[in-house]
Design a protein around this ligand. Structure first.
Ligand SMILES: [Zn+2]
Ligand SMILES: [Zn+2]
Length: 267
Protein backbone atom coordinates (compact mmCIF):
# COMPACT_ATOMS: atom_id res chain seq x y z
CA UNK A 1 0.00 0.00 0.00
CA UNK A 2 1.61 3.24 -1.14
CA UNK A 3 1.93 6.10 1.37
CA UNK A 4 1.61 8.96 -1.08
CA UNK A 5 2.57 12.56 -0.26
CA UNK A 6 0.68 14.71 -2.74
CA UNK A 7 2.16 17.84 -4.26
CA UNK A 8 -0.22 19.91 -2.19
CA UNK A 9 0.93 18.12 0.96
CA UNK A 10 4.60 18.79 0.37
CA UNK A 11 3.99 22.34 -0.83
CA UNK A 12 5.15 21.89 -4.41
CA UNK A 13 5.47 24.90 -6.66
CA UNK A 14 3.24 24.75 -9.73
CA UNK A 15 5.02 23.59 -12.90
CA UNK A 16 6.06 26.42 -15.20
CA UNK A 17 4.81 24.71 -18.32
CA UNK A 18 2.87 21.69 -19.46
CA UNK A 19 4.35 18.21 -19.22
CA UNK A 20 4.98 15.96 -22.17
CA UNK A 21 2.46 13.13 -22.08
CA UNK A 22 3.17 9.40 -21.81
CA UNK A 23 0.76 6.51 -22.10
CA UNK A 24 3.35 3.90 -21.14
CA UNK A 25 7.08 3.37 -20.62
CA UNK A 26 9.45 0.42 -20.76
CA UNK A 27 9.86 0.74 -17.02
CA UNK A 28 11.47 2.83 -14.32
CA UNK A 29 14.94 4.20 -13.68
CA UNK A 30 16.15 4.57 -10.11
CA UNK A 31 18.09 7.65 -8.99
CA UNK A 32 19.79 8.93 -5.88
CA UNK A 33 20.31 12.42 -4.55
CA UNK A 34 24.09 12.18 -4.73
CA UNK A 35 26.39 14.53 -2.83
CA UNK A 36 25.74 14.74 0.88
CA UNK A 37 22.45 13.68 2.40
CA UNK A 38 22.17 14.45 6.08
CA UNK A 39 21.51 11.31 8.14
CA UNK A 40 19.30 13.61 10.26
CA UNK A 41 16.46 13.09 7.79
CA UNK A 42 16.06 9.56 9.17
CA UNK A 43 14.99 10.94 12.56
CA UNK A 44 12.90 13.83 11.27
CA UNK A 45 10.48 13.49 8.36
CA UNK A 46 10.04 17.28 8.21
CA UNK A 47 13.60 17.35 6.86
CA UNK A 48 12.58 14.98 4.06
CA UNK A 49 9.87 17.43 3.04
CA UNK A 50 12.41 20.28 3.10
CA UNK A 51 14.80 18.21 0.97
CA UNK A 52 12.13 17.51 -1.65
CA UNK A 53 11.33 21.22 -1.86
CA UNK A 54 15.00 22.10 -2.23
CA UNK A 55 15.38 19.53 -5.02
CA UNK A 56 12.44 21.09 -6.83
CA UNK A 57 13.94 24.56 -6.41
CA UNK A 58 17.28 23.33 -7.72
CA UNK A 59 15.67 21.72 -10.77
CA UNK A 60 13.49 24.75 -11.58
CA UNK A 61 15.86 27.59 -10.69
CA UNK A 62 19.22 25.88 -11.25
CA UNK A 63 18.50 23.58 -14.20
CA UNK A 64 15.74 25.74 -15.65
CA UNK A 65 13.32 22.82 -15.84
CA UNK A 66 9.56 23.37 -15.66
CA UNK A 67 9.32 21.26 -12.50
CA UNK A 68 11.18 18.77 -10.32
CA UNK A 69 12.71 16.22 -12.70
CA UNK A 70 11.59 13.02 -10.98
CA UNK A 71 8.32 11.17 -11.34
CA UNK A 72 8.33 10.24 -7.64
CA UNK A 73 10.69 10.75 -4.70
CA UNK A 74 11.07 8.33 -1.79
CA UNK A 75 12.27 9.13 1.74
CA UNK A 76 13.52 6.82 4.52
CA UNK A 77 10.02 6.65 6.00
CA UNK A 78 8.46 4.77 3.11
CA UNK A 79 6.67 7.92 2.02
CA UNK A 80 6.41 8.48 -1.70
CA UNK A 81 6.36 12.11 -2.81
CA UNK A 82 4.49 12.92 -5.95
CA UNK A 83 6.85 14.54 -8.47
CA UNK A 84 5.73 14.82 -12.06
CA UNK A 85 3.73 11.66 -11.47
CA UNK A 86 2.45 9.00 -13.86
CA UNK A 87 1.67 9.77 -17.54
CA UNK A 88 4.12 12.70 -17.54
CA UNK A 89 7.59 12.74 -19.11
CA UNK A 90 10.25 13.10 -16.39
CA UNK A 91 13.44 15.15 -16.90
CA UNK A 92 15.95 13.29 -14.77
CA UNK A 93 17.08 10.40 -16.98
CA UNK A 94 19.11 12.46 -19.44
CA UNK A 95 18.29 13.90 -22.84
CA UNK A 96 16.56 11.40 -25.10
CA UNK A 97 16.03 8.93 -22.27
CA UNK A 98 13.00 10.42 -20.56
CA UNK A 99 10.13 8.93 -22.47
CA UNK A 100 11.52 5.40 -22.06
CA UNK A 101 11.40 5.24 -18.28
CA UNK A 102 9.84 7.00 -15.34
CA UNK A 103 12.32 8.38 -12.80
CA UNK A 104 12.17 7.42 -9.11
CA UNK A 105 14.51 8.99 -6.56
CA UNK A 106 15.75 7.35 -3.36
CA UNK A 107 17.05 9.96 -0.92
CA UNK A 108 20.58 8.68 -0.35
CA UNK A 109 23.86 10.34 -1.24
CA UNK A 110 27.58 9.71 -1.60
CA UNK A 111 28.22 10.79 1.98
CA UNK A 112 26.05 10.97 5.09
CA UNK A 113 23.05 8.77 4.44
CA UNK A 114 24.39 6.31 1.86
CA UNK A 115 22.66 3.04 2.86
CA UNK A 116 19.01 2.96 1.81
CA UNK A 117 16.98 1.87 4.84
CA UNK A 118 14.58 -1.05 4.27
CA UNK A 119 11.60 1.32 4.36
CA UNK A 120 13.12 3.36 1.54
CA UNK A 121 13.51 0.23 -0.59
CA UNK A 122 9.90 -0.69 0.15
CA UNK A 123 8.90 2.85 -0.82
CA UNK A 124 10.77 2.62 -4.13
CA UNK A 125 8.98 -0.64 -4.91
CA UNK A 126 5.69 1.01 -3.89
CA UNK A 127 6.44 3.83 -6.34
CA UNK A 128 7.33 1.40 -9.12
CA UNK A 129 4.12 -0.57 -8.61
CA UNK A 130 2.13 2.68 -8.57
CA UNK A 131 3.71 3.79 -11.85
CA UNK A 132 2.90 0.42 -13.38
CA UNK A 133 -0.69 0.65 -12.29
CA UNK A 134 -1.34 4.35 -13.01
CA UNK A 135 1.21 5.10 -15.68
CA UNK A 136 1.65 1.99 -17.78
CA UNK A 137 5.24 1.46 -16.65
CA UNK A 138 6.72 -1.74 -18.07
CA UNK A 139 8.68 -4.40 -16.24
CA UNK A 140 12.15 -2.89 -16.56
CA UNK A 141 13.85 -1.49 -13.48
CA UNK A 142 17.18 0.14 -14.27
CA UNK A 143 19.59 2.66 -12.82
CA UNK A 144 20.20 6.17 -14.13
CA UNK A 145 23.72 4.99 -15.09
CA UNK A 146 22.30 2.42 -17.51
CA UNK A 147 22.81 4.13 -20.84
CA UNK A 148 23.98 7.43 -19.33
CA UNK A 149 27.35 8.44 -17.91
CA UNK A 150 26.76 9.10 -14.21
CA UNK A 151 27.43 7.52 -10.81
CA UNK A 152 23.68 7.70 -10.12
CA UNK A 153 22.02 5.87 -8.35
CA UNK A 154 25.19 5.16 -6.32
CA UNK A 155 26.74 1.74 -5.84
CA UNK A 156 24.50 0.60 -3.03
CA UNK A 157 21.18 1.35 -4.75
CA UNK A 158 22.55 0.14 -8.09
CA UNK A 159 23.48 -3.25 -6.64
CA UNK A 160 19.96 -3.52 -5.30
CA UNK A 161 18.53 -2.62 -8.73
CA UNK A 162 20.74 -5.20 -10.46
CA UNK A 163 19.68 -7.83 -7.93
CA UNK A 164 16.10 -7.38 -9.05
CA UNK A 165 14.89 -4.37 -6.99
CA UNK A 166 13.15 -6.69 -4.58
CA UNK A 167 11.47 -5.83 -1.34
CA UNK A 168 13.88 -6.42 1.53
CA UNK A 169 13.56 -9.53 3.67
CA UNK A 170 10.97 -11.22 1.55
CA UNK A 171 10.37 -14.35 3.60
CA UNK A 172 10.07 -17.70 1.90
CA UNK A 173 6.38 -18.38 1.52
CA UNK A 174 6.88 -21.59 3.40
CA UNK A 175 10.28 -23.12 3.99
CA UNK A 176 10.80 -26.11 1.73
CA UNK A 177 12.91 -28.98 2.95
CA UNK A 178 14.89 -30.99 0.48
CA UNK A 179 15.42 -34.62 1.41
CA UNK A 180 18.46 -36.27 -0.12
CA UNK A 181 18.66 -40.05 -0.30
CA UNK A 182 21.72 -41.81 -1.73
CA UNK A 183 22.84 -38.57 -3.33
CA UNK A 184 19.48 -38.02 -5.03
CA UNK A 185 17.21 -35.17 -3.92
CA UNK A 186 13.59 -36.24 -3.64
CA UNK A 187 10.91 -34.30 -5.53
CA UNK A 188 9.85 -31.48 -3.16
CA UNK A 189 6.24 -31.55 -4.31
CA UNK A 190 5.93 -28.15 -5.95
CA UNK A 191 6.57 -27.09 -9.52
CA UNK A 192 9.34 -24.50 -9.82
CA UNK A 193 8.48 -21.76 -12.29
CA UNK A 194 9.06 -18.09 -13.00
CA UNK A 195 6.28 -16.14 -11.34
CA UNK A 196 5.87 -12.71 -9.79
CA UNK A 197 6.86 -12.50 -6.97
CA UNK A 198 9.69 -14.89 -7.67
CA UNK A 199 9.76 -18.36 -6.14
CA UNK A 200 12.52 -18.87 -3.65
CA UNK A 201 13.61 -21.78 -1.50
CA UNK A 202 15.95 -24.62 -0.75
CA UNK A 203 14.38 -26.70 -3.51
CA UNK A 204 15.28 -24.03 -6.07
CA UNK A 205 18.80 -23.85 -4.65
CA UNK A 206 19.22 -27.64 -4.70
CA UNK A 207 18.06 -27.86 -8.30
CA UNK A 208 20.37 -25.01 -9.38
CA UNK A 209 23.31 -26.56 -7.51
CA UNK A 210 22.73 -29.90 -9.23
CA UNK A 211 22.76 -28.28 -12.67
CA UNK A 212 25.83 -26.24 -11.77
CA UNK A 213 27.60 -29.48 -10.82
CA UNK A 214 26.58 -30.89 -14.15
CA UNK A 215 28.45 -28.02 -15.76
CA UNK A 216 25.57 -25.70 -16.62
CA UNK A 217 26.01 -21.98 -16.25
CA UNK A 218 23.50 -21.11 -13.55
CA UNK A 219 23.57 -18.95 -10.43
CA UNK A 220 22.93 -20.92 -7.23
CA UNK A 221 20.96 -18.31 -5.30
CA UNK A 222 17.69 -20.07 -4.46
CA UNK A 223 15.60 -17.69 -6.61
CA UNK A 224 13.80 -19.08 -9.65
CA UNK A 225 14.46 -16.19 -12.05
CA UNK A 226 14.67 -15.88 -15.81
CA UNK A 227 18.13 -17.51 -15.93
CA UNK A 228 16.76 -20.58 -14.14
CA UNK A 229 13.89 -20.74 -16.61
CA UNK A 230 16.25 -20.47 -19.57
CA UNK A 231 18.50 -23.20 -18.23
CA UNK A 232 15.47 -25.34 -17.45
CA UNK A 233 14.29 -25.07 -21.05
CA UNK A 234 17.72 -26.01 -22.40
CA UNK A 235 17.89 -28.90 -19.98
CA UNK A 236 14.47 -30.19 -21.00
CA UNK A 237 15.48 -29.93 -24.65
CA UNK A 238 18.72 -31.81 -23.94
CA UNK A 239 17.01 -34.69 -22.14
CA UNK A 240 13.97 -34.89 -24.41
CA UNK A 241 11.29 -33.66 -22.03
CA UNK A 242 8.52 -31.22 -23.00
CA UNK A 243 10.11 -27.73 -23.02
CA UNK A 244 8.05 -25.80 -20.47
CA UNK A 245 10.65 -23.90 -18.45
CA UNK A 246 8.99 -25.33 -15.37
CA UNK A 247 10.65 -27.83 -13.08
CA UNK A 248 7.93 -30.43 -12.69
CA UNK A 249 8.46 -33.88 -11.18
CA UNK A 250 9.85 -35.45 -14.35
CA UNK A 251 12.24 -32.55 -14.92
CA UNK A 252 13.35 -32.61 -11.29
CA UNK A 253 14.07 -36.32 -11.33
CA UNK A 254 15.88 -36.17 -14.66
CA UNK A 255 18.18 -33.53 -13.18
CA UNK A 256 19.53 -36.17 -10.82
CA UNK A 257 19.09 -39.39 -12.76
CA UNK A 258 19.62 -38.58 -16.41
CA UNK A 259 22.79 -39.74 -18.11
CA UNK A 260 23.58 -39.26 -21.74
CA UNK A 261 24.31 -42.47 -23.58
CA UNK A 262 27.30 -40.87 -25.34
CA UNK A 263 30.01 -38.39 -24.41
CA UNK A 264 28.90 -34.84 -23.58
CA UNK A 265 25.45 -34.20 -22.15
CA UNK A 266 25.41 -30.61 -23.32
CA UNK A 267 24.97 -30.81 -27.09
ZN1 LIG B 1 19.99 10.18 -11.46
ZN1 LIG C 1 10.57 11.02 5.44
Amino acid sequence: MIDLVTRREWGARAPRGSYGRLSSTRGVKVHYTGGHVSPDIVGDHARCVALVRSIQNHHMDGNGWIDVGYSMLVCPHRKVFEGRGPKHVPAANGSGLNSGHYAVLGMVGDTGLTEPPDDMLHGIVDAIEYLREKGGAGREVKGHRDGYSTTCPGDRLYRWVKAGARRPDVPEEKPVEVVVRDGVALWPGRVLELVDPMMRGEDVRAWQARLARRGWRIGVDGWYGSQSRTVCRSWQRAVGLPVTGKVDEATWESTWSWTKPSADEKD
